[in-house]
Design a protein around this ligand. Structure first.
Ligand code: SF4
Length: 193
């Protein structure tokens, strides 16, 4: 079962509504699974932690500002405390010296947590194929969504966030306890409590 956005559903004021999760409906009641409800709530309230080091960070600022208005996606509340964010957005060139800092920020985030790698530098080192630049943040932390581009436009960043929303809302509540997820983190030397 997955949630479907039905653009044809609108209320009397013309505001388009998100369709509810699949479930069983009757007069005066609606029943669905806990996974569906929690997934829907999580996906519409992802709080970003912007880890911005260079030009791609400016695109993030544009994404947050009025024209693109990330608040429409429930993500208007950036957090600079890892403990109060669940969507780490890495934007910009990450030097090898900065790698341990990024890793520590990731480790300080509580589960569930997701990572978006924004722009060529974060995804692969970009044009900086040099001794001092990390050739992709997935060398040190797991990444859920990659947004290509140098820099990616705000539309691309929003597209990446919507891809992550799809992943989050369809993810099992217990995925974080699965052997596969633990094995993924273990491959980065991170243990799950
Ligand atoms: S990908 Fe391009 S725009 Fe983004 S941080 Fe690197 S050089 Fe700057």
């Amino acid at each position: 079962m997955s949630e479907v956005i039905d653009n044809s559903v609108s209320n009397h004021s013309g505001v388009k509504m998100v369709a509810g999760p699949a479930g069983v409906e009757g007069p005066g009641f609606f029943a669905t699974s806990l996974d569906q409800v929690v997934g829907l709530a999580r996906s519409k309230s992802l709080w970003p932690l912007p880890f911005a080091t260079s030009c791609c960070g400016i695109e993030f600022m544009a994404t947050m500002a009025s024209t693109y208005d990330l608040a429409r996606f429930g993500s208007e509340r950036p957090s600079f405390s890892p403990r109060q964010a669940d969507m780490l957005m890495v934007m910009g060139t990450i030097s090898k010296k900065l790698g341990p800092v990024l890793r520590q920020v990731y480790e300080q985030m509580a589960e569930p947590r997701w990572v978006i790698s924004v722009g060529a530098c974060a995804c692969s080192g970009g044009i900086f194929d040099t001794y001092s630049v990390l050739q992709g943040i997935d060398k040190i932390i797991p990444v859920d969504v990659y947004v290509p581009g140098c820099p990616p436009r705000p539309e691309q960043i929003i597209d990446g966030i919507m891809k992550l929303q799809d992943l989050v809302k369809n993810e099992s509540l217990r995925r974080r306890n699965t052997p596969e997820y633990k094995a993924l983190l273990a491959s980065y030397g991170i243990t799950v409590n």
